[in-house]
Design a protein around this ligand. Structure first.
Ligand code: PEP
Ligand code: MG
Length: 768
């Protein structure tokens, strides 16, 4: 059973479109269950009707014509109940609905299971049988449920692909197709999708039509010729070392390159109007699928050869292409996995947005994007990347959402947001040198989070009062080995000098979790609960000591360094770290450097630390809450996993209670406490934190002017009252709405961005 399932999923995965996917499903399931009918009905979001998409056993010409209203018939019942329905005599069921055009009256037993993806019913998979004596047994029901669960993701993906091509299930034109991921860098961008992919990777080649058929054919022919020559050259070189039967392998390769073999089929597809790389991808995938299904082990092994050949041909075709890549004027770069090098290739001034399937807001690219101020969405799991090339896209980096083929209304809605943002920033420039204090004189320090020098430049122009979090892993990530002490010293000096005499808080290396260094890979089953942050550096004192030494030397003559320890979950980690820092301090002074002992602080980002605030605070100079990690650990929700993104909520009552407790306990021992997670840069979050008594808020440079303008317009009592009100509530969503409403009433509605689900609705409202 498992092998049937595996090959079914594989086949469906490589189907060319939704229609082919559906046909494969019904024909394979019908065969596997030896049943007379297998049909699949998909729920069309545009009409809210179930449409018969494919069938084996019913009249084929009813496909696409027969449809049922949302709650009509047994199919509707399966969808509404969201569970299987297994009937021995379907026609006697009150919900049975008869469609003469399907030829259905001859079938009596009915088993229908819903196809559900991320809580959304996509459709219903049905098997039927003529004799009433056959009731589908439990095993068959379980099989169909398994098939449906496995295929739901694939169907969602092909459905999205269809929608992207501008067609709904019924063939009507669709607009405003949205996909949700996680925010990578704030802001909104409207531009043209440009799919970039690592070279010589067939799987990521986009689907593109061509009008220049002759040119594509020529490109392909010369690639075939070049690969032929490569193989002959290798074969000749190895001739003396191989036995004849081994040499025959090269002949197999060369035969595959004969005109009537793979090249012939690719040429046919090119003539049908597919660009050469896309045609090669289609044919190679078809071959692979075919060989993988063979029982013969020898033939199965040929998959490796085909793949290799495909890669070689592609690499030759791409050689010429790399040289004259044309980027749209407003490029939205789209990729399975964006790399910083890809960003660097876009001509200056043309990059407006970024979209990546893999990665999270903590990925290197997202950090870079924030530094460059390019709106970015990461972790778009179900997106058909290859279909986005050349399409108009809207990137909503606030909410982690993108829209393809936007309607004029949606475009206008987002255009207005872009203009408002620009205007807002221009308007806020006057606040740069004004203090961040409430109308009744309560001061809060507004600091920035940095990683690169670009962040520093932007922060200074936004009026930051210091650095609350310098993520030292960023300079480590852009190298291909650990940076030397001298290199680190130079990076650190830049940051310290830029803000002197204001404080610069440097966090010791925080790798592990999802932050990895290519030259120091950490492979773990459960990385967020594994070897992370201080745990790594205490196990590698040679890394920790060099880093602290570089920090201390860099601070000479400036005296504005603060050192912060990440991922502290035990008092002993603080004591060991302090011991090492003191040691380095004395050594560096003995070397003749005129330095001061820096303030040392602890990050509170693990629930254990919340309950040991006093013990921690007694040992250090300050505390800083890492609300990003604290939220993920308190709620047990991976901060980068788009599947559970709706559960990740910094306004969760448990998170707010923890934040209140931290501030109170720190205050009770007289130690300053700040926050450097994303919540500090959210205007509503900043208000609550200020009311809780946090002394400093550290955030992205882009958020700083908004937060300052909100805090400068209210009095602290008002914020305290708001905090007291929301602490009585038990739902994160209600709390968020309550805070939003308060902001709106205070005249800051323009700082609120549309929610994920409400963007399209708001766009409609904006027009009506
Ligand atoms: C945090 O966890 O809130 C934090 C600021 O650190 P990072 O996002 O780098 O893990
Ligand atoms: Mg953290």
């Amino acid at each position: 059973m498992l092998s049937i399932l595996r090959s079914l999923v594989q086949e469906v995965n490589s189907a060319r479109d939704l229609k082919e996917a559906m046909e494969i499903i019904v024909s394979r399931v019908q065969k596997a269950m030896t049943t007379e009918v297998c049909s699949v009905y998909l729920l069309d979001p545009a009409t809210n009707r179930y449409i018969l998409m494919a069938t084996e056993g019913l009249y084929k010409d009813s496909v696409g014509k027969v449809s049922l209203a949302y709650s009509e018939g047994l199919v509707g019942l399966v969808g509404a109940r969201e569970e299987p329905i297994n009937l021995e005599d379907a026609p006697s069921h009150p919900r049975y609905r008869y469609f003469p055009e399907t030829g259905e009256e001859r079938f009596r037993s009915f088993l229908g299971v819903p196809i559900i993806h991320h809580r959304r019913v996509l459709g219903v998979l049905v098997v039927q049988q003529r004799e009433s004596s056959r009731c589908f047994d439990e095993g068959e029901e379980a099989f169909l449920v398994t098939v449906s669960a496995q295929l739901a993701g694939v169907i969602a993906h092909s459905e999205a692909t269809g929608a992207i091509s501008g067609l709904s299930l019924t063939g009507e034109e669709t607009k405003d197709i949205s996909f949700s991921g996680v925010p990578g860098a704030p802001g909104v961008a409207i531009g043209t999708g440009m799919v970039v992919y690592p070279s010589a990777d067939l799987d990521v080649v986009p689907e593109k039509p061509t009008e220049n058929i002759e040119q594509e054919l020529e490109l392909f022919r010369s690639a075939v010729q070049a690969v032929r020559e490569d193989i002959e050259r290798v074969a000749n070189r190895l001739a003396s070392q191989l036995r004849p039967e081994e040499q025959a392998l090269f002949d197999v390769y060369l035969r595959m390159l004969d005109d009537e073999a793979l090249p012939g089929e690719v040429a046919i597809r090119i003539r049908e109007g597919v660009w050469a790389q896309g045609a090669l991808k289609q044919v190679v995938q078809q071959y692979i699928r075919h060989f993988e299904m063979m029982d013969d082990h020898y033939l199965q092994e040929r998959v490796v050869d085909i793949r290799d050949l495909g890669r070689r041909l592609l690499s030759h075709m791409q050689e010429g292409e790399q040289k004259h890549q044309e980027y749209p004027e407003r490029t939205v770069l789209v990729s399975e996995e964006l790399t910083p090098a890809m960003l660097g290739e876009v001509p200056k001034g043309q990059l407006v947005g970024l979209v990546s399937v893999k990665g999270s807001s903590n990925s290197h690219v997202a950090i870079l994007a924030r530094a460059m101020g390019v709106p970015t969405v990461m972790g778009l799991v179900d997106i058909p990347v290859n279909q986005l090339d050349g399409r108009e896209l809207v990137v909503d980096g606030f909410e982690g959402q993108i829209f393809a083929s936007p309607s004029a209304d949606l475009r206008a809605f987002y255009q207005a947001i872009c203009e408002e943002e620009d205007e807002l920033f221009r308007g806020l420039e006057v606040l740069r040198d004004k203090p961040c204090e409430t109308t009744d004189g309560h001061r809060v320090a507004l600091l920035v989070n940095t990683g690169l020098m670009t962040d520093v430049v932007r922060s200074l122009s936004h009026g930051a009062e210091g650095i609350g979090l310098y993520r030292t892993e960023v300079p480590f990530m852009i190298k291909d080995r650990f940076p030397s002490e001298q290199e680190q010293r130079e990076y650190y000096r830049e940051q310290l000098e830029a803000f002197a005499p204001n404080p610069v808080t440097m966090r010791t290396l925080d790798i592990g979790g999802d932050k990895s260094l290519t030259y120091f890979p950490i492979e773990e089953e459960n990385p967020f609960l594994g070897w992370r942050g201080i745990r790594v550096t205490l196990d590698h004192p040679e890394i920790f000591l060099v880093q602290v030494r570089a920090m201390l030397k860099a601070s000479e003559g400036l005296n504005n360094l603060q050192i912060m320890l990440p991922m502290i979950s035990n008092i002993s980690e603080v004591e060991e770290s302090l011991h090492l820092i003191y040691r380095v301090y004395h050594e560096v002074r003995e070397e003749g450097y005129d330095i001061h002992m820096p303030k040392v602080g602890v990050m509170v980002e693990v629930p254990a630390a919340v309950y040991q605030i006093r013990e921690l605070a007694e040992r250090v100079d300050f505390l800083s809450v890492g609300s990003n990690d604290l939220t993920q650990y308190l709620l047990a929700v991976d901060r980068n996993n788009p599947r559970v993104a709706q559960l990740y909520h910094s306004y969760h009552p448990a998170v707010l209670q923890a934040l209140v407790r931290i501030a109170q306990d720190a205050r009770s021992v007289g130690k300053p406490v700040g926050i450097c997670g994303e919540l500090a840069g959210d205007p509503g979050g900043a208000l609550l934190l200020m009311a809780m008594g946090y002394d400093s808020l550290s955030m992205n440079a882009a958020s700083l002017p908004k937060v300052k303008s909100v805090i400068r317009s209210i009095d602290r009592e008002w914020a305290i009252q708001l905090l007291e009100d929301v602490l009585l509530l038990d739902s994160p969503h209600v709390i968020k709405s309550c805070v939003d409403l308060a902001l709106r009433n205070a005249g800051f509605g323009r700082y609120l961005r549309p929610g994920k689900s409400s963007s399209a609705a708001m766009a409609e409202q904006a027009v009506s």
